[in-house]
Design a protein around this ligand. Structure first.
Ligand code: ADP
Length: 485
């Protein structure tokens, strides 16, 4: 039934290249036969039904021009005109009536042809346009299928409209079109495979907020124990008026990258552990040596031992940083929290660092707050920020360390007037092993800020930077103020 209705419906035929000749031919002949039967057997007055027949003919010429284009329209016109000739012939028109009949047939023929021509042409043009659109779409889909990236396009309502081949490969199963993202009764989203909770899906984020999602990482565990790591993000596709017309979700298989990172982490972990023991021994031996040399009064030897000690301290810090990073990656960084006054800790740090720094460390401290945290880890963060400020403002004189209260948070800053950081680097400097520029003007591993920001995160605070190139940087971090209940 549905098929029949779709066959009869001219709109359903839009864009279909197949034109029927037989259907308009047979229907128009049938109309003529039925008209004849009606005229002679029911109405019994050939002149009275003329107007109805013309109306019927116009209706069918329009219908077939729209359904089958120029072919359908002109088939209807020809059959209709032949029928009119048949009428004139079988009714034995002569003289004036015949002339009037021929005139009417010619005039109607012209009107019918114009009608069939215009509508048929329109239909043919619409068909071509739809075909071109369809071709462009299949070309685009073919290109998207070739990409080594998973792509899912869904409607603004969340119905999946397109899934490229790589997505099927990623999720290892048939994801079907037409399925609604985020609307399944279970707690999983088809877009992201079986293990993803709907609220985590980037597409659901776009569907509910209308905004681009952040990149999310997902881990898929297979029955054979293997794992696949996928990153996904989704964006709204908008029309010129800014209305969302589709949602595109992009997924990448980052398993190889993750495995490599894992190997790198394992290697760093292993080597830093291996380095730690001999380093501790060397440090102890150096201290023994220093004490012995102090008794000899050999100034040169004492100086060399001091230099060894300084370098060993640097090395110990580097190894410590590497160990911290691997602990953080495994979520094993321990924090031992206690209640302490931050300004006391800051004064201690400033005092210690002032001894070894050529810059003047200026305290702009206006708060007296307790925080509940790991004092040694916070010391590590502040020491790192101050040593960075010293390192990245060579030739300058001053570094300011200050604080302010912001609601329940204590905000602490370290300000320098050195080389500064461009906007594009401000987020990246908090990543692991990230250093601005590739030259080795400033030595380091690019770990200090990563470790510091992770420590602050563990204290439920935030870390950020305000900076302008060549004008200096202010590194901020916040900590929740401790309030006794
Ligand atoms: P490292 O200093 O060991 O390279 P960090 O993680 O401490 O590693 O810093 C990362 C990068 O951030 C540095 O390489 C440097 O380019 C930039 N940076 C950090 N602190 C400052 C600062 N105070 N001024 C300018 N750039 C800075």
């Amino acid at each position: 039934m549905e098929k029949l209705l779709s066959y009869l419906n001219p709109i359903a035929q839009l864009g279909k290249p197949k034109r029927s000749f037989l259907y308009p031919l047979l229907v128009n002949i049938a109309i003529c036969i039925l008209s004849e039967i009606y005229t002679y057997n029911i109405a019994k007055d050939p002149l009275a039904v003329g107007g109805y027949i013309i109306f019927l003919n116009v209706a069918f010429i329009i219908y077939f021009s729209f359904r089958d284009g120029l072919l359908g329209g002109f088939t209807s016109v020809v059959i209709t005109l032949l029928y009119y000739a048949y009428i004139m012939y079988t009714r034995h028109y002569t003289g004036k009536i015949l002339t009037a009949g021929i005139d009417a047939t010619i005039s109607l023929g012209l009107v019918y042809s114009l009608l069939a021509g215009i509508i048929g042409f329109l239909k043919n043009t619409i068909d071509k346009f739809i075909e071109r659109e369809a071709n462009a779409r299949s070309r685009l889909e073919a290109i998207l299928d070739q990409l080594p990236t998973g792509i899912i396009i869904s409607s603004p309502q969340g119905d999946i409209e397109f899934i490229n081949k790589h997505t099927q490969k990623l999720f290892g199963k048939e994801v079907q079109k037409g399925i609604q993202i985020g609307n399944n009764t279970g707690h999983t989203s088809l877009q992201d495979g079986i293990l993803v909770k709907v609220k985590d899906s980037p597409s659901v984020h776009v569907l509910t907020t209308g905004k681009k999602s952040k990149e999310k990482s997902f881990t898929f565990s297979y029955e054979n124990g293997e794992k696949m790591y996928v990153t996904s993000h989704a964006s709204p596709i908008k029309n010129k008026k800014g209305k969302i017309i589709a949602v595109a979700s992009i997924s990448h298989d980052v398993t190889a990258q993750r495995i490599q990172e894992q190997r790198k982490d394992d290697f760093i972990n292993m080597t830093s552990h291996e380095l730690k023991t001999p380093l501790t021994s060397v440090k102890v031996f150096t201290q023994v040596l220093q004490r012995k040399l102090e008794k000899t009064n050999d100034k040169e030897a004492i100086h060399i031992a001091d230099r060894i000690n300084t370098q060993l301290n640097k090395l110990t810090m580097l190894v410590g940083d590497l160990l911290d990073v691997t602990r953080m990656e495994k979520g094993k960084l321990k924090v031992v929290k206690e209640k302490f006054l931050v300004h006391e800790l800051v004064s201690e740090i400033v005092e210690d660092l002032q001894l070894i720094s050529e810059h003047t460390l200026v305290l702009h401290w206006t708060t007296k707050s307790y925080v509940f945290g790991d004092k040694e880890r916070i010391r590590q963060v502040l020491t790192n920020l101050v040593t960075n400020a010293v390192k990245y403002s060579p030739g300058d004189e001053k570094i300011i360390i200050g604080s302010r209260k912001n609601k329940d948070m204590l905000e602490i800053y370290v300000q320098d007037f050195g080389i500064g950081i461009v906007d594009s680097e401000k987020r990246k400097i908090f990543e692991r092993f990230y250093q601005v520029g590739e030259d080795s003007t400033y030595p380091g591993l690019g770990l200090g800020l990563y470790i510091s920001s992770q420590i602050i995160k563990q204290h439920k605070g935030k870390m950020w930077v305000e900076s302008e190139k060549e004008k200096g940087s202010t590194f901020w971090f916040s900590l929740p103020i401790y309030r006794s209940q």
